[in-house]
Write a protein that binds this ligand. Structure first.
Ligand code: ADP
Ligand code: ADP
Ligand code: ZN
Length: 214
């Protein structure tokens, strides 16, 4: 099963993608996580990506597309995967469709997690990321067992630089301008499914499972 997660920054794509990956035993591929791992390891790609990410801008398509196309061609992706944070532009979506067509494959679902802009800033200010493993929490809605300590690895939790309110505003503008057109793109290709992202994490997941099938 091949799934794309769509939605504004902070809509809950990553949270749901992780749960989907666990339930359906498929890889969770997050381009944001890949970039953050590259930044942490000081790679050339990480250095380039960081200059865009810090400003709330998208990393240029040419730095993202080959990376994802390579990744979905790997052995562990033969049964499917869930893409989180990719595609984010029409050219990325077209490049993905083309690459899949060459492999004789196609995407099954694009799940749009809908959350109004007014909820996003609040959600992002409470998001915390583990410096050790990248796991995501929320101070109120997805708290750790021990305050400021990652449940997975014991690492410290931080507010991501790009989750500060000024940068979140910019990212929302970028989302509406460059990513939202994908909703029409996947409506036209017949695979768009919309879920209410304002519900509790478990209820959103139940709605998604209803779509994907148990
Ligand atoms: P969020 O979880 O808030 O949606 P991500 O972790 O997916 O954010 O992405 C963080 C940043 O990484 C984005 O703001 C953007 O700069 C960059 N990025 C991630 N995926 C892509 C992509 N497919 N195309 C361009 N830039 C991307
Ligand atoms: P995205 O990947 O779309 O940027 P995340 O999955 O990182 O979004 O979620 C953003 C923040 O909101 C995180 O702190 C997460 O724990 C929290 N969150 C995710 N889904 C919900 C929900 N349904 N209700 C409340 N908070 C949520
Ligand atoms: Zn951790």
């Amino acid at each position: 099963m091949k799934i794309i997660m769509l939605g504004a920054p902070g809509a809950g794509k990553g949270t749901q993608a992780k749960k989907i990956a666990e339930k359906y035993q498929i890889p969770h591929i997050s381009t944001g996580d890949i970039f953050r791992a590259n930044i942490k390891n000081g790679t050339e790609l990480g250095k380039k990506a960081k200059t865009y990410m810090d400003q709330g801008l998208l990393v240029p398509d040419e730095l993202v597309v080959d990376l994802v196309v390579d990744r979905v061609g790997q052995e562990d992706c033969t049964k499917g995967y869930v893409l989180d944070g990719f595609p984010r532009t029409i050219p990325q979506a077209e490049a993905l469709d083309k690459a899949l067509a060459e492999l004789g494959q196609k995407m099954d679902f694009a799940v749009d997690v809908e959350v109004p802009d007014e909820n996003i800033i609040n959600r992002m200010s409470g998001r915390r990321a583990c410096v050790g493993c990248g796991a995501t929490y929320h101070l109120v809605y997805a708290p750790t067992k021990m305050e400021n300590v990652c449940d997975n690895c014991g690492g410290e939790l931080v507010l991501r630089d790009d989750d500060k309110p000024e940068t979140v505003k910019k990212r929302l503008d970028v989302y509406h301008e460059q990513t939202q057109p994908l909703i029409e793109y996947y409506t036209n290709s017949g695979i768009l499914k919309t879920v209410d992202g304002t519900a509790d994490i478990g209820d959103v997941f139940a709605e998604i499972v209803g779509i994907l099938g148990a």
